[in-house]
Design a protein around this ligand. Structure first.
Ligand SMILES: [Zn+2]
Length: 108
């Protein structure tokens, strides 16, 4: 297998895994709000805090004395910029993309 083909397949597999994780997190978010309704910004603040916690947990498994062999070196400043860029990009997606990605909640 050529290096380019291998890299493309790896990128496609990562994109599928990211989509599955995004779907699982979205589903968990809306299910939690259905069980315990709260103000939208309170819910989004909790979600953002959870992402920060997940970053800290993942970073703790890497760095100078890694417990994971994947090779990732956490860089909190650069990683925060990357996460902020993803958040900003998601905020400015067109409504059609956002609505299509939302799970159906309840019946109307
Ligand atoms: Zn790792």
């Amino acid at each position: 297998m050529s290096g380019q083909r291998e890299a493309r397949l790896r990128a496609q597999a990562e994109a599928r895994a990211q989509a599955a994780l995004g779907h699982a997190l979205t589903l968990a978010f809306w299910q939690a709000l259905e069980r315990c309704p709260m103000a939208p910004m309170a819910a989004l603040e909790a979600a953002a805090r959870a992402v920060g916690d997940l970053y800290r947990q993942a970073a703790s498994l890497h760095g100078d004395d890694p417990h994971c062999a994947c090779g990732w070196q956490p860089d909190p400043e650069d990683d925060l910029l990357r996460l902020e860029a993803m958040l900003a990009a998601a905020l400015t997606e067109t409504p059609a993309q956002t609505l299509a990605a939302m799970p159906a909640a309840g019946t109307a």
